[in-house]
Design a protein around this ligand. Structure first.
Ligand code: KG4
Ligand code: ZN
Length: 353
């Protein structure tokens, strides 16, 4: 019998709902974005995000059911992101999912947001099955992991400071492009010269020390860790220097040169891990995976090494509920059903339940 999961995602600034059939087929993927609202403030305002989720969540779910042409009676389970993310935003989705699951007597499945991003790769690539290497690059996370099995990860590296998307957002703000930074830098960089300015590519060595910038953060060290704060500081220093000396700077060149440094770091780390671990398949996940320069540089690097690259379509890279539905299905099949005490966990770590 066919199984239909209604999935809900509200961890940040998108209110999203989706119906996924049998774990891979997306029947609907409704996303109500709050971007225009938060643009006014130059970034996501958590309380405004929560209030908007409360307002939008029921219409978004209704639309997801309608587009999928399924009724409440067709649903087999409810999946929901319960962390990591903004606590007030997560609570809206979790409370909604619980209410529906309780009223309809359906299994409730709490999903890790990053596990959802990784699962986005299964939607359009039926041949992709674990194990594979995956680089997760979002606004809050930068992880290099081996996906051992559905929902099971070996973490090879993580960021010591800023996430890749966070660096995009901060630099975009500094050069006057505003929020959301990633897509704006991506667009501006197309008009700029990536070699105009030489910004640092931070490489963290095995010993846990990086060669170019000071890395703060946890005591844990990983040979494939990332650090983007030195790069962000280098851009800010360059802008300050120009301001102090009255020198002019070119927005597109700064965007392109900054982006090139991020891309080199992301490609370099992934290729090093792929070679060391003998990986022949690499998947990208998260909002930054929709970056056009990264997608083409990673494809080139993979082709040279005979690695097959998997990248979700941009709509499945940024936050959406379809990816949560896919991850929920796999968790459900493994028997991981949540209790009625499911709560929002804003700093949920990857691999934790
Ligand atoms: O995965 P996501 O939608 O949300 C989180 O889980 O954080 O990622 C959002 C991040 C933001 O930092 C945004 O600037 C970045 O992804 N992003 C991009 C692009 N589109 C979104 N970064 C670079 N290039 C893009 N085209
Ligand atoms: Zn996300």
């Amino acid at each position: 019998m066919d199984e239909y999961i209604l999935a809900i995602e509200s961890s940040c600034d998108e209110t999203a709902a989706s119906v996924v059939k049998n774990g891979r087929e997306v029947l609907s993927n409704v996303i109500s974005s709050q971007i225009a609202l938060h643009t006014l403030y130059g970034g996501v305002v958590p309380e405004i995000a929560s209030r908007k989720h409360v307002e939008k969540i029921n219409p978004v779910i209704e639309m997801a059911l309608k587009e999928a042409e399924v009724t409440w009676d067709d649903l087999s389970a409810i999946g929901v992101t319960y962390g990591p993310g903004l606590v007030g935003a997560l609570l809206v989705g979790v409370a909604e999912a619980k209410a529906i699951a309780y009223a309809r007597k359906l299994p409730l499945i709490g999903v890790h947001h990053i596990e959802g991003h990784i699962a986005a790769n299964y939607i359009e690539h039926p041949d992709l099955e674990p194990p594979f290497l995956c680089e997760v690059i979002s606004g809050g996370h930068t992880h290099l992991v081996i996906v051992r099995d559905y929902g099971e990860f070996e973490i090879l590296g993580r960021t010591r400071d800023d996430a890749a998307g966070e660096a995009f957002d901060k630099v975009a703000r500094a050069i006057g492009l505003g929020y959301p930074g990633g897509p704006k830098i991506d667009k501006a960089a197309k008009e700029g010269n990536p070699e105009a300015l030489s910004f640092p590519r931070t490489h963290i060595t095995q010993a846990g020390r990086n060669t170019l910038t000071y890395a703060r953060g946890s005591q844990e060290t990983g040979p494939y860790d990332f650090s983007f704060s030195g790069l962000k500081s280098a851009v800010l220093n360059y802008l300050n220097k120009c301001q102090m000396t009255g020198e002019s700077w070119d927005q597109a060149d700064v965007a392109a040169s900054f982006q090139a440094a991020v891309v080199d770091t992301l490609v370099g780390n992934a290729m090093r891990a792929a070679e060391d671990r003998g990986a022949d398949r690499l998947a990208l996940a998260g909002g930054v995976a929709s970056n056009s320069a990264l997608r083409s540089a990673m494809q080139q690097a993979c082709s040279r090494r005979g690695i097959k690259l998997y990248v979700p379509s941009p709509i499945y890279c940024t936050d959406n509920a379809a990816m949560i539905g896919v991850a929920a299905w796999h968790e459900w099949k493994k028997g991981n059903v949540s209790g009625w005490d499911l709560n929002a966990v804003p700093n949920l770590k990857l691999g934790e339940r």
